[in-house]
Design a protein around this ligand. Structure first.
Ligand SMILES: C[S@@+](CC[C@H](N)C(=O)[O-])C[C@H]1O[C@@H](n2cnc3c(N)ncnc32)[C@H](O)[C@@H]1O
Length: 263
């Protein structure tokens, strides 16, 4: 998927600002580039508030990407974050960035598939735009339930669907977004309840994410010349196609943006 390959894009962005690989980093140097969900750290702040994250809490971030949300949570709250990521390349880049930020004591990068289970016991789970890649929700939520302490809570940002997909939407989702299954909000609620979660709350972010994804595409296109200079045309064309596909899925009314909390 175009968003997750060429993982060294982040190093090109940093180098463009004179931040060569030997230099230490601040979390704020990275946040414009290391948040692979919508609304960057503003969205992570919502997760922090929803879960009342505090120093000493143990948080599992599922689908951590290059660790943007995990580093931000650790620095901002003092919580300990286990950043679980499927792709080895993303996990390795994330671990190196965390080291350069001096946060290795608070952020533990692990490479693995959440469906294989996660060692440890956590107060909270955070997952930003990862579950859309995982069709086996029964197994996924079983793992989530098993790693949370009694009374623990989760915060998820994810896709739901407002209606059945057209053939073109199904193909775009499966091939360009690696999203083979999109539940309705009602199915989401019942999947979580079936796995033993209580106090399930779904907030509808569809309108906000529809406008965000359209603006993201427009901003990316407006900065095309600058981006081609830094990353080359192939990378920029790939990301342009990805951003356009996602914006089209939202503006066509298929995807529901969901922010989910449960305990
Ligand atoms: C859209 S990215 C979001 C990354 C990060 N949460 C963020 O907001 O910056 C979703 C991530 O989930 C990871 N992922 C997908 N399936 C996974 C699985 N089964 N186990 C762990 N990570 C997974 C992908 O490799 C990808 O890096």
């Amino acid at each position: 998927m175009k968003l997750y390959d060429r993982v060294h894009r982040i190093h090109r962005e940093l180098a463009a600002q004179g931040l060569t690989p030997d230099l230490p980093l601040k979390v704020s140097d990275l946040t414009p580039f290391d948040q692979f969900h919508y609304h960057g750290t503003e969205a992570v702040e919502e997760a922090i508030a929803a879960l009342s994250l505090k120093p000493g809490m143990r948080v599992l971030d599922i689908g951590a990407g290059i660790g943007g949300p995990a580093r931000y949570i650790a620095e901002r709250t003092g919580a300990h974050v286990t950043a679980l990521e499927l792709q080895e390349d993303l996990s390795a880049v994330g671990e190196d960035l965390t080291r350069r930020c001096g946060l290795s004591g608070l952020v533990d990068h692990r490479c693995g598939n959440v469906l294989d289970g996660v060692a440890g016991n956590f107060d909270c789970i955070v997952s930003m735009l990862c579950f859309l890649h995982i069709p086996d929700r029964a197994r996924l939520f079983r793992v989530c339930r098993s790693v949370l302490r009694e009374g623990g809570a989760l915060y998820i940002e994810d896709f739901g669907r407002n209606r059945n997909a057209t053939a073109a939407e199904t193909e775009a989702l499966a091939i360009k977004v690696q999203c083979p299954h999109v539940p309705t909000p009602e199915e989401y609620r019942s999947d979580l309840s079936g796995a033993g979660f209580a106090a399930v709350q779904l907030i509808d972010a569809t309108a906000d994410w529809t406008s965000f994804t359209a603006s993201r595409l427009a901003a990316y296109r407006a900065a095309r010349d600058r981006n081609v200079t830094i990353h080359g045309a192939e990378v920029v064309d790939g990301l342009d196609d990805f951003y356009a596909t996602v914006a089209g899925l939202f503006s066509g009314g298929f995807i529901a943006g969901l922010k989910i909390t449960a305990s």
